[in-house]
Design a protein around this ligand. Structure first.
Ligand SMILES: Nc1nc2c(ncn2[C@@H]2O[C@H](COP(=O)(O)OP(=O)(O)OP(=O)(O)O)[C@@H](O)[C@H]2O)c(=O)[nH]1
Ligand code: SF4
Ligand SMILES: [Mg+2]
Length: 376
């Protein structure tokens, strides 16, 4: 279910945007002979026959001198986290930043394909010289060879179910989905749609209700599992029998995107928070915060009820490089981000020795029911 993120890095004017357009078979990015044409990272969601659901990320080129160039390179660097496979453009004359970028990607554990840029303009021996410079990475020089190398590097796609072993065919599942001011108008949010679809695919019977209609729903069916929005964990837990399995959409998502045991372990650090400690709330995307925003309003309020901690918010790509000031990181459900992004952040937190949890698990902990919920 997770999209494969393919990111294209390289010097300005090396043909990144032209290559992304060729792969997508449409104009995703502007191509021009003017160095620095692409300024911000451009993301294109696309289905490629050989690769499945992908997000192609065209980045601003490096080797762009000046302050803006540095700023653009910083934005391109932010795309490294979350990248499943990187395509790095290799020029005839080695770019001064080539080695630095290759080692940055290698440190981040991102597999790389070197793409010999504008190979139609090169002599065979010039291509060989570039290949000799990079004996350790697979190389491509046109669309066909790039697709071949991408297919070879495809990570094992785990087609695991969001609901894991919590349900089996024929089970009745009750979904509690508040439609408060935070819910998008006229729509159901993605994790709920995904879970509902999966339950149908797995041959389960699913009934949806809001917290207000929960008791009416319970009169109609005895669920084998209740999946709730984690914001109403407490009242839902109080309304159902103690033996009835209960989980939340964000717990299911946390297990699919990240590492549930790290998150459960991280949530236990909430007990050790002291006044003055710094907690980082990290969101994978930027969205306009709401008055009932879970990360900016609800979780901070629950944390401060226990201890006067200081809270920093990092949205989108602004995940701090230096995590050492933090006593705890609480990450969002990453509904629109790739699992690789969350895993790379878990790795950074681990290296910095900072516990990390996520919204759903933290809410369960803060509402005193972490040990009550079923994990997929
Ligand atoms: N001959 C040749 N020219 C190419 C090829 N790919 C791109 N170009 C040309 O190179 C120039 C730069 O291409 P872009 O795709 O905009 O390069 P870019 O790496 O995205 O550049 P920035 O956005 O500035 O970082 C354009 O004039 C393209 O037409 C190629 O494979 N062969
Ligand atoms: S990616 Fe994170 S912050 Fe953005 S909407 Fe999804 S859960 Fe919220
Ligand atoms: Mg470009």
């Amino acid at each position: 279910m997770d999209r494969l993120q393919l990111s294209f890095f390289g010097p300005t004017n090396s043909g990144k945007s032209a290559l992304v357009n060729a792969l997508a078979g449409q104009e995703v990015s502007l191509v021009s002979p003017v160095p620095g044409t692409t300024t911000d990272a451009i993301r294109k969601l696309i289905e490629l026959p050989e690769l499945g659901a992908c997000v192609l990320v065209d980045t601003a080129g490096y080797d762009d001198d000046g302050t803006l160039g540095e700023e653009r390179e910083r934005l391109s660097q932010a795309q490294v986290d979350g990248t499943d496979i990187a395509v790095v453009m290799l020029l005839k004359k080695e770019s001064p930043k080539e080695k630095q970028w290759l080692s940055r990607l290698s440190r981040a554990g991102v597999p790389v394909i070197g793409y010999i840029a504008k190979s139609d303009l090169l002599l065979p021996q010039e291509m060989e010289t570039i290949a000799a410079r990079h004996p350790d990475i697979p190389l491509a020089h046109d669309l066909g060879s790039l697709l071949d190398e991408l297919v070879k590097l495809l990570p094992e796609r785990e087609d695991r179910f969001l609901t894991g072993n919590l349900v089996k065919a024929g089970d009745c599942v009750l979904l509690v989905m508040p439609q408060d001011s935070e819910a998008p108008k006229g729509r159901i949010i993605l994790p709920q749609v995904q879970v509902l679809r999966e339950l149908l695919d797995r041959g389960c019977n699913a009934l949806c209700c809001t917290p207000d209609s929960l008791s009416a729903a319970l009169n109609r069916m005895t669920p084998d599992l209740v999946i709730t929005d984690s914001q109403v964990f407490g009242p839902v837990n109080a309304a159902i029998p103690a033996t009835m399995p209960l989980t939340s959409f964000s717990v299911l998502l946390a297990a699919a995107k990240g590492d549930i045991s790290t998150f459960v372990e991280g949530a236990r650090a909430i007990d050790g928070l002291n006044p003055g400690d710094r907690v980082l709330i990290a969101e994978a995307c930027t969205h306009v915060p709401d008055t009932e925003d879970i990360g900016r309003v609800k979780i901070p309020a629950l944390l401060r009820r226990r201890s006067e901690v200081n809270i920093d918010i990092a949205a989108g790509n602004d995940f701090p490089e230096d995590l050492s000031p933090y006593a705890l990181i609480i990450h969002c459900g990453a509904c629109v981000a790739t699992a690789s992004l969350v895993r790379s952040r878990i790795r950074k937190a681990h290296l910095a020795g900072v516990p990390m949890t996520n919204y759903g698990i933290a809410l369960a902990k803060l509402q005193g029911i972490l040990d009550r919920i079923s994990l997929p």
